[in-house]
Design a protein around this ligand. Structure first.
Ligand code: F6R
Length: 608
């Protein structure tokens, strides 16, 4: 949600800011802006629309200067328009601010400032920060920002520039991500590493309520009490190409093509001489034996991975599992204790609701095991055990490869726990691991066959409403297939448990309604065939997805059968999701939608 970037050094700031913002556009893309200090004068350009609109505008302005801040917005307060775009400027025009997050007490602060003669131009919460910094500014920008962060409530990553200070700016964060890039004679700030990776691999990760003073030759970090903090340098070990499209038309397609590799990267280093060894998971056999319950908490796609996790952990480990949407969990006063484990799943590691759900569980004494993609993210740093999904940067707003790796990680955790608990034998575990090892090659086959899905999408992209039905793990998969479709193609869709449809929703099935049926669970195959017959009797067109071994049989009932290579039912969701992702992709493409940047969405939801 919103991307911020800042630069100070000997280069011209604008090209650095624009290139950084282009890497952050996945976080929000309804408006963009920059501010620079040019010889003691603040110059600001901002406008509604994609970054390209700002770039156009900047072509005619000659913004010089080696220090600046930039922003790409996902609107929370106030519609996307030029005035609500960031940076926001203080009353005198001497302070400029970019912000990611939500200032929850902005109404009270606004009243306080209005009483003191400050005029507000925008509908945003951020503008209070600009005026408040000015209110407290008595020649020391750090001091003013410290006073401001003492007063604001909510979440923020801030970049603050002033007219008076030509050779320094200040940044701060709480509950919204912010990293500092350390260069030679230049320094950077950004909401995410890809924005600055072209310039440096040396990073400071700011902790909550830390504030930094940025000059071109130094970065000084302070805690909320104003005491200096010694930061450790985090070295980024992946390449900038990982965050580039690499010849693909869309990041989403590139990321689907990366699935075989990232699944391998997630399991291979953890199977050593045939033994499962989970790095950074320190929970003991005794602790696992004594677990009363496991809670899995996440949002969106990560939540759907959690639903698969529930099925497999209960099946393999015989521990009851509850899966919760993070935004519900954090407010429902869950009956969680120190005898329970909470598994948190998050690609970004920064999703605000998920982070707060983690804190809720932790405060109640639960151990936290997180499955996270971004190293050093807030969720990773707040957890007792972390299993990283080595998916690499995921740029397309719709999550694909991260989901496959989240599932992979969940299988590894389930197997590890089950082995420690003795609920499965070594031989059973070896068989499951052997199936897991076949998944990447299976996905390569699925990707080769993508034209079939494209043709089907071409025939059906005008569908008004699509239903996904499945049972057990296929129900979990249906939820993900349905979410993928609606978020990028804007087609209404719903997922139902196969047996549930006839308890009401079947009333919506009529001639031509498209029903998508993942059918990878052998033991429930016949039940699903009956469900297909029920919808077909009412005129539905059925797309079924199943293992090669069921193709012939299923072709007698479904209109189109897409196959995945034969794989054990238990492990099938990891590869069976790929055709669903491809289906959503091609439906969106046929409809002319912006696949990588769907409307109203942004990656990394760092606001409530
Ligand atoms: C959907 C999607 C979202 C995220 C959700 C959680 O394609 O990407 O539903 O899965 O916002 O994000 P993370 O995993 O970063 O916590």
């Amino acid at each position: 949600m919103c991307g911020i970037v800042g630069y100070i050094g000997n280069r011209k700031a604008i090209p650095v800011l624009l290139s950084g913002l282009s890497k952050l556009e996945y976080r929000g893309y309804d408006s963009a802006g920059v501010a620079i200090n040019e010889n003691g004068k603040l110059r600001v350009e901002k406008c509604k629309g994609r970054l390209t609109s700002l770039e156009e505008r900047l072509k005619t302005e000659n913004l010089d200067g080696g220090m600046g801040i930039g922003h790409t917005r996902w609107a929370t307060h106030g519609e996307p328009n030029d005035i609500n775009s960031h940076p926001h400027i203080s009353q005198s025009g001497e302070i400029a601010v970019v912000h990611n997050g939500i200032i929850e007490n902005y109404i009270q602060l606004k009243e306080f400032l209005v009483e003191r003669g400050y005029n507000f131009k925008s509908d945003t919460d951020t503008e209070v920060v600009a005026h408040l910094v000015e209110h407290y500014y008595k020649g020391d920008l750090l001091d003013a920002v410290m006073k401001v962060i003492d007063e604001i409530e909510g979440s923020y990553a801030l970049g603050v520039l002033s007219k008076d200070n030509e050779d320094m700016f200040v940044c701060a964060r709480k509950d919204s991500p912010l990293v500092i890039g350390l260069g030679d004679g230049e320094n950077f700030i950004a909401s995410d590493i890809p924005a600055i990776l072209e310039y440096t691999r040396n990073i400071y990760i700011l902790e909550d309520k830390e504030v930094a003073v940025m000059t071109k030759d130094s970065v000084k970090v302070f805690n909320s009490l104003g005491a200096p903090v010694k930061k450790e340098v985090f070295k980024v070990n992946w390449d900038v190409e990982a965050a580039e499209k690499g010849g693909y038309e869309h990041f989403m397609m590139k990321e689907m093509y990366e699935e075989p590799k990232v699944i391998r990267d997630t399991f291979s280093p953890r199977i050593i001489n045939g033994e499962l060894k989970l790095d950074n998971i320190n929970i003991t056999k005794e602790e696992i034996d004594n677990l009363q319950k496991i809670y899995i908490v996440a949002c969106g796609t990560a939540y759907h991975a959690g639903v698969v996790g529930k099925y497999i952990i209960e099946k393999l480990c015989k521990i009851p599992v509850e899966v919760d949407v993070a935004s519900e969990f954090r407010y429902r006063d869950p009956l969680i204790t120190d005898k329970d484990l909470t598994i948190i799943i998050s690609q970004s590691g920064e999703t605000l609701d998920t982070l707060f759900a983690l804190r809720e569980a932790k405060n109640k004494g639960s151990r936290i095991l997180s499955i996270v993609n971004v190293v050093g993210s807030s969720i990773a740093r707040s957890s007792d055990d972390v299993l990283y999904t080595w998916a690499g940067p995921e740029i397309a707003v719709a999550s694909t490869k991260a989901y496959n790796t989240q599932l992979t990680a969940l299988y590894l955790v389930a197997l590890d726990f089950a082995l420690k608990k003795g609920t499965i034998s070594k031989e059973e575990a070896d068989n499951i691991l052997a199936s897991l090892k076949e998944i990447p090659a299976g996905i390569e086959e699925i990707l080769k066959d993508k034209e079939n899905i494209q043709k089907f999408a071409h025939r059906h992209y005008n569908a008004k409403s699509i239903f996904f039905i499945g049972r057990s793990l296929d129900y979990a998969l249906s939820m993900e297939g349905s979410l993928k479709l609606k978020e990028i193609s804007y087609i209404h869709s719903e997922a139902y448990a196969g047996g549930e449809l006839k308890h009401g929703t079947i009333a919506l099935i009529e001639k031509g309604t498209l029903v998508v049926c993942p059918m990878t669970q052998d033991s429930l195959f016949d039940k699903m065939v009956s469900n297909i017959r029920e919808v077909k009797a009412r005129g539905a067109v059925v797309l079924a997805i199943t293992q090669q071994r069921h193709k012939e049989e299923l072709e007698k009932t479904a209109d189109l059968v897409l196959t995945i290579p034969d794989v054990d039912s238990l492990i099938a969701p990891i590869s069976a999701v790929t055709p669903l992702q491809l289906f959503a992709y091609y439906m969106a493409l046929e409809k002319g939608c912006d696949v990588d940047k769907p409307r109203n969405l942004a990656k990394s939801v760092t606001v409530e």
